[in-house]
Design a protein around this ligand. Structure first.
Ligand SMILES: Cc1cc2nc3c(=O)[nH]c(=O)nc-3n(C[C@H](O)[C@H](O)[C@H](O)COP(=O)(O)OP(=O)(O)OC[C@H]3O[C@@H](n4cnc5c(N)ncnc54)[C@H](O)[C@@H]3O)c2cc1C
Length: 503
């Protein structure tokens, strides 16, 4: 008998977070009903509308481990051990930058659709999970913990139904309907910030044979074309193709706005992405056909709202009312971030695991243990969500601009050297974020500390170099003085000799 026995959870959205959450809560004994706006991807075909593949790393694997899926999922992923930087000049060499001092550390390229479907399969294995597709959440009654869905199976005017439960969790993405309802509550804080950049996906197909066994480029790296204010990246797929993503400004010089015709696209790619162009046979069609999407960061608070207890004379809230019930947010619905650290899904999977651990800690401790657990979940996760949101934005500048520079490469080498020397203390931020489950807020702090150490070391090195130069100058001055004295002595001696011999 699990801790959730007798309690029902409604999950809104069967994307990555919702599907994993369903299995995780089912394992704790909750009865779980999942409502998803789209059709079942396993029957209708996957139409996620977002990136085709994504990078799965330590935190995501940690979330998957709880339902025993981590190893199976990794079998369908391609490890990427570093960045392969492509220069803008045709014929110039590629530069590989490992992500870590440890060659075993890698982030894993995985198909979004494949992963989502595997998670749905897993959820459906549990008797206490029911999945409902084509069910669009229209409204949430925060007082009574009820969610309202429209059945879109046969068109837009389908029947509307209401479901009541002990807990509603909105895992319905960056434009969450559940959050929209929470926003109408007093003192709910909310902000959404768009980048001036958008993204568009392109395709590199497999090749016949070649140096990488059918892949057009080395599949063990995340490929990156840094171009100052813009960039392109490419992640390998299991079918030996690559999915490229352009992260360009909407307007300006190197922007989506500039390329309107097939000729524009060809000329531009020849100029800026000369080594990619020959391996992108459908470039022009893809560019003109594929959508350009925006990149948003969402911050909000609180993530949990308790349902209002009904006032029933002589009855405790748990018997008659809605006390101890709640509506909560998770994944992108609570904290959508830009994708430059490859952490949105990883953070969402970490949310799932942290929530389950909170539920286990609080189970049965009080009448309102469910809401106590949710309070702890949001208190633990919010500072970390804010930290990764910030690091993700910072990492954009690093990827699109700095990775191409020699100074940056030297700095990365210095970071890895320090990490090698003091593996427990001086761990680079990238390692903490991608290869550990150290809380994001701590990763941000420790990353800043390593930055300071590096700055101090650079300053020390500069001071030592200056001292050496000074010392060298000083020694050289002494030598010069001695040389002048000796030369003067010789000159005086010679003058005296001449004087004495001519006298
Ligand atoms: C270009 C790009 C690249 C990315 N790369 C990475 C990466 O490499 N690594 C990484 O970790 N993250 C990455 N991310 C982030 C990642 O995609 C998200 O963080 C992740 O999908 C969040 O999962 P989620 O389940 O919270 O939301 P979603 O995946 O958006 O799922 C939400 C679900 O809710 C459903 N839904 C929406 N509204 C309703 C409604 N009203 N009623 C019912 N259902 C509804 C949707 O149909 C969907 O199935 C990337 C994002 C982008 C845009």
């Amino acid at each position: 008998m699990g801790i959730g026995q007798g309690k029902t959870v409604t999950i809104v959205g069967a994307g990555l977070a919702g599907a994993l959450l369903a299995s995780s809560l089912a394992k704790l004994g909750f009865r779980v009903n999942v409502y998803e706006r789209r059709g079942d991807p396993r029957r209708a075909g996957y139409s996620g509308g977002r990136s085709i593949n994504l990078a799965l790393s330590a935190r995501g694997l940690w979330g998957l481990e709880r339902v025993g899926l981590d190893k199976d999922i990794l079998k369908h992923a391609i490890p990427m051990r570093g960045r392969m930087v492509h220069p803008a000049v045709a014929g110039a060499g590629l530069a590989f930058q490992p992500y870590s001092k440890d060659p075993g550390d890698a982030i894993n390229s995985i198909s979004r659709g494949g992963l989502n479907m595997a998670l749905l399969d897993e959820a459906e294995k549990h008797d206490n999970v029911e999945l409902f597709f084509n069910q669009r959440c229209l409204d949430v009654d925060m007082d009574h913990c009820r969610a309202v869905f429209q059945d879109d199976s046969n068109g837009p005017d389908g029947p509307i139904g209401t479901i009541e439960s002990d807990l509603i969790i909105g895992t319905d993405g960056a434009f969450s309907a559940v959050r929209l309802k929470m926003m109408k509550s007093d003192r709910f804080e909310y902000s959404q910030t768009y980048l001036t950049h958008g993204y568009k996906e392109l395709h590199i197909p497999p090749v016949e044979g070649g140096a990488f066994n059918g892949f057009a480029m080395d599949p063990s790296a995340l490929h990156i074309w840094p171009r100052g204010s813009a960039m392109m990246i490419a992640l390998p797929n299991i079918d030996k193709s690559f999915t490229c993503t352009l992260f360009w400004p909407f307007t300006g010089e190197h922007s989506f706005d500039q390329l309107r015709t097939a000729q524009d696209v060809e000329m531009f790619f020849k100029r800026w992405y000369p080594d990619a162009m020959p391996i992108m046979p459908t470039l022009v069609e893809d560019f003109l056909k594929n959508p350009t999407s925006s990149l948003v960061t969402v911050r909000c608070w609180p993530w949990v709202q308790n349902c209002r207890p009904m006032v029933v004379t002589g009855a405790s809230p748990s018997e008659k009312g809605y006390g101890g019930r709640a509506v909560a947010l998770m994944g992108d619905a609570a904290h959508a971030i830009v994708p430059f650290f490859g952490q949105g899904m990883n953070a969402a999977f970490e949310d799932v695991r942290v929530l389950c651990e909170c539920l286990e800690r609080h189970a049965g401790r009080s009448e309102h243990w469910l809401t106590d657990a949710l309070d702890e979940y949001q208190a633990l996760r919010k500072p970390n969500a804010d930290a990764i949101a910030r690091m993700a934005i910072d990492n954009f500048e690093e990827m699109r601009d700095k990775v191409g520079s020699r100074l940056f490469r030297a700095r990365k080498k210095a970071e890895h050297l320090l990490h090698e020397l003091m593996p427990g203390t001086l761990v680079p931020k990238y390692n903490l974020v991608s290869f550990s489950t150290v809380p994001y807020a701590e990763a941000l702090r420790r990353g800043a500390r390593l930055d300071r150490v590096l700055r101090v070391l650079i300053l020390l090195a500069a001071l030592i170099a200056a001292a050496l130069v000074l010392a060298f100058v000083k020694i050289a001055a002494w030598y010069l003085l001695v040389a002048v004295i000796i030369a003067a002595w010789f000159a005086w001696d010679r003058w005296r000799y001449k004087r004495d011999t001519t006298a």
